[in-house]
Design a protein around this ligand. Sequence first.
Ligand SMILES: [Zn+2]
Length: 354
Amino acid sequence: MISWLAAAIGVAALFGLNVGSFLNVVIWRLPRGGSLSDPTWSYCPQCKHRLGALDLAPVLSFLALRARCRYCRSPISWRYPAIEMLTGLLFAAVAWRFAGAEDFSAAADIFFECLFLATLICVFFIDLEHFVIPDGLNVLGLLIGLAHWAVISWWVGRFHPLRSALAGAAGYAAVIYGIGLLAYVVIVGVGAKRGALRAGWNYLRENAADWAWIAVYYLGAMIPPLRRLAEPPPPLEGASAAEIEADEDEGGMGGGDGKLAAAIGANLLFPLWLHSLYYAVLIGVVQGVAALFIKRRRLGERTAIPFGPAMVGGALIALFIGHPLWDWYVRHYWPLTAGPPAPAGLAEKNIKSF
Ligand SMILES: [Zn+2]
């Protein structure tokens, strides 16, 4: 007999493999200024030949074609099947982690966490390669979190979950912008002698303007009269790594990290977003030390290290094992303060903690 849990994991894994195939398209097209719907079909980036259903079967087509395009024989990056398998694995892990409750809230948790993870996978690979996080992905992540907890709020008939999502978005973003502000004041204001107060004011003004633009631009997608108020963003195409890096040097910790923090906070809620920041900093330190050793040989003139991938890694750790890790830590180091073990479901946990 197949249990509900095994069925949920299997369906999620198969679904994830196919979603991963779509994420490959997003990761390729978004930073290159391409539209996701034009063309609606997938094509080989080398010869532009339209790909058929057989060329698009996740992982299998890569193996069957022996990592070469069927039409021009140019090599296909191992990253495509890797992202498909990663998405399948993560979706299966979400089902395994959140299928416990066997009710509507578990189904909602699985659905929204999968959407959230799909967004994070795109953020991870785009930031790693291009040193930038497209605003659309951060806004999407934020909306997914708010929608998730709005649905759970409706299900339990209480406002608390949605309020926690709003607080999580504001809380995590405030911490990241706070760190960014401090770094900017120290590096630009004091280090480059431009005046600490003026530097701080510039940082806050630019990031506030950024959020105002986002609000108007994305509302404009739904309310046409607003469209004239916000210029579309310049395409990332053409901006070299060096240019983006120069921009980062000007702006300190990229505003993209603050926006990503809002998205992660809205999904994970407190205290998990705080746990995720802790793991992100650990990953960032490892990244920094590793970069010290491999920078000269492999990264060339790139000196900036994107923090987005570390934030994504921290969010994944917090989402899947944040609570068990925290329980273990408390029992190990402060045994007298340890409470009862945490409930399994995310929604259940959120409801019980208020
Ligand atoms: Zn080709």
